[in-house]
Design a protein around this ligand. Structure first.
Ligand SMILES: Nc1ncnc2c1ncn2[C@@H]1O[C@H](COP(=O)(O)OP(=O)(O)OP(=O)(O)O)[C@@H](O)[C@H]1O
Ligand SMILES: [Mg+2]
Length: 415
């Protein structure tokens, strides 16, 4: 038998067709038909004889060695199944073929010693010869169309490679677009933050300058020019502060590195008190200073420390605007720790709400009318820029307490 792959479906149909021919022969033959002519035309028919009365007309009678009797109304045929299968040219295409009525098989063609790679079982259609056909085969690897298979595989690899490259390229494009959008957003965001930060930091000195100017003008009109000089001095201080803030901003935009200098907390605090003199005096805020005279200086950017204390004091003053008269106060205290300086700023205001305690350092969080919500966000950025810490709590019997820690040397990491 050859090992090409035939269609099992068409083979089943052919065998069934061949078997059904026997039914037709039985109907057409009569007891007087010439048996020799019939056998010649249908070599699978071995004997043709008048049907014995004891034979059933419905069931094939097995007669051994792959033969069976098929009984018609008048005639019986002894049919050789081996012949039936061998007449069909397609039989050669299978490694093994068998026909069953029940186990064991009635006839086996080919090599059935080992189980073939493929094995089909199929019941043949037909009432008079209800056999079951089993066909098995092995693939002939050598005769497979290897070149076509290889070409197809190669084509498939090229297609997969092309599609995956295309998808990768598309993904990279999407990522590049996203990155471009993101950097644009970041740029806008940074610009927005810088602008908002500038507005926040310049607002107070500009307001102070305006007020000094207005007072100086009205003193001039009243010809009290002797009182104008201190106002002009204060004006100069505030203008220099604006200039320092702008220099600092330029430095921040050009590099992350700020020059560090020894900072004396007492001096910075005095300067902040001077800068916010208008505010704390107008609010009748009592300033309590607990900075020890011998507090060691620490290495930091003085402008930054000034901005930090400025923002904290301004908030403390603003928080006590609705306090009972003469009940507003701010206390600053400081002490050295092993590697730095701890500083607390406590006030006599209402303290922070639960929501404010959680969000006070978030940009644009504000509960103050006209507030930008940037003071504490900027303050935290500056403290962290000096490798320090800042936290806030409410103190029973007082108001808010901000606790800060600055390392002796802002450039040294760790505590
Ligand atoms: N000492 C304080 N006492 C009570 N609440 C405070 C105090 N300091 C800050 N807060 C709360 O934290 C919020 C955020 O403060 P932050 O300084 O960041 O913004 P702001 O003062 O509202 O606006 P600005 O941008 O002008 O500073 C304030 O609106 C206020 O609710
Ligand atoms: Mg503020």
């Amino acid at each position: 038998m050859k090992n090409t792959a035939p269609s099992s479906v068409s083979f089943n149909r052919d065998v069934a067709l061949k078997l059904s021919q026997h039914d037709v022969i039985l109907t057409l033959l009569s007891a007087v038909s010439d048996p020799e002519r019939v056998k010649k035309a249908f070599p699978q028919i071995i004997i043709l004889k008048t049907r014995s009365p004891e034979y059933s007309a419905t069931e094939p009678q097995l007669a051994g060695n792959g033969t069976y009797w098929l009984n018609g109304q008048h005639v019986s045929l002894l049919i050789d199944l081996k012949q039936v299968l061998s007449i069909l040219p397609q039989s050669n295409a299978f490694r093994t073929l068998s026909l069953y009525l029940h186990d064991p098989p009635l006839v086996v063609l080919g090599d059935a010693t080992t189980t073939p790679y493929w094995l089909w079982h199929k019941a043949l259609v037909g009432d008079s010869q209800p056999f079951e056909l089993s066909a098995g085969n092995d693939p002939d690897w050598r005769h497979l169309p290897w070149i076509s298979i290889l070409l197809f595989a190669l084509l498939w690899v090229i297609v997969v490679e092309f599609v995956s490259r295309y998808l990768m390229y598309k993904r990279q494009r999407v990522l590049a677009d996203l990155r471009a959008q993101f950097s644009e957003l970041t740029r806008l965001n940074t610009m927005g933050e810088i602008t908002a930060g500038m507005v926040h930091e310049l607002n107070q000195p500009l307001t102070a300058i305006l007020s000094y100017n207005q007072t100086a003008l009205s003193l001039m009109k009243q010809e009290r020019s002797a009182e104008i000089a201190p106002l002009l001095d204060a004006y100069v201080v505030q203008t220099k502060r604006i200039s320092a803030l702008l220099t600092d901003l330029r430095q921040k935009m050009h590099s992350d590195h700020v020059p560090l200098q020894p900072v004396g907390l007492k001096q910075v605090w005095s300067r902040v008190l001077m800068l916010l003199e208008n505010e704390w005096q107008a609010g009748k805020v009592k300033i309590i200073n607990h900075i020890p005279d011998d507090l060691p200086p620490f290495l930091a950017a003085p402008q930054w420390v000034e901005q930090i204390l400025h923002n904290l004091l301004l908030n403390a003053i603003q928080a006590q605007q609705s306090n009972a008269p003469t009940s507003a106060w701010v206390e600053i205290a400081a002490q050295p720790t092993e590697k730095g300086i701890t500083l607390t700023l406590t006030d006599g205001g209402p303290g922070l709400s639960d929501q404010a305690l959680q969000n006070v350092f978030l940009p644009f969080f504000t509960t103050r009318q006209g507030g930008l919500g940037l003071g504490m966000a900027l303050t935290q950025t500056l403290v962290q820029g000096l490798n320090g810490d800042i936290s806030v709590e409410n103190v029973a019997g007082s108001g808010a307490r901000f606790t800060l820690w600055f390392p002796f040397n802002a450039e040294e990491q760790g505590r």
